[in-house]
Design a protein around this ligand. Structure first.
Ligand SMILES: [Zn+2]
Ligand SMILES: [Zn+2]
Length: 137
């Protein structure tokens, strides 16, 4: 899902640096659900001196500010999604790609209370083999 609203670094309490702006640029409209490692390797091509901590801290601040979200779907890595609107993800266990699924599952995604517990987040994670990997070579 594409979301191209610009994020204002100042509004979320981050000093504007060219490195941080590059991280934002990389994330906005990005539908590949990148990991911190892949964001870091992209950014360090442009800013060879950048530290992993800078990338990681910027990502954490963006999550805190609700500008991006962290996905709990890849068993190996934290993955990030600049689209914070509710949507479902499909994780390919063969290639590790994450796909956005727009299908409406009619699940109780709006549930607020269950067995006396307060529900803040309902996440549906689909896993399997993606259409690209299913193709017979
Ligand atoms: Zn795949
Ligand atoms: Zn997504």
């Amino acid at each position: 899902m594409k979301d191209t609203t610009p994020i204002q670094l100042k509004e979320i309490g981050l000093k504007i640096t060219p490195q941080r702006q590059a991280i934002l640029k990389l994330l906005k409209g990005n539908e590949t659900h990148p990991s911190a490692e892949s964001i870091y390797s992209e950014i360090s091509k442009k800013f060879p001196g950048i530290s992993f901590a800078t990338v990681y801290n910027t990502l954490s601040k963006l999550i805190e500010a609700g500008e991006i979200r962290e996905l709990d779907i890849d068993p190996n890595k934290r993955r990030f999604d600049p689209c914070v609107a509710p949507h479902t993800h499909f994780y390919c266990q063969a290639c590790g790609n994450i796909f956005d699924i727009s299908h409406d599952f009619h699940l109780p995604l709006t549930i607020k209370r269950i067995d006396g517990h307060q529900v803040d987040v309902v996440q549906l994670n689909l896993k399997g083999v993606c259409k690209n990997c299913r193709k017979i070579p």
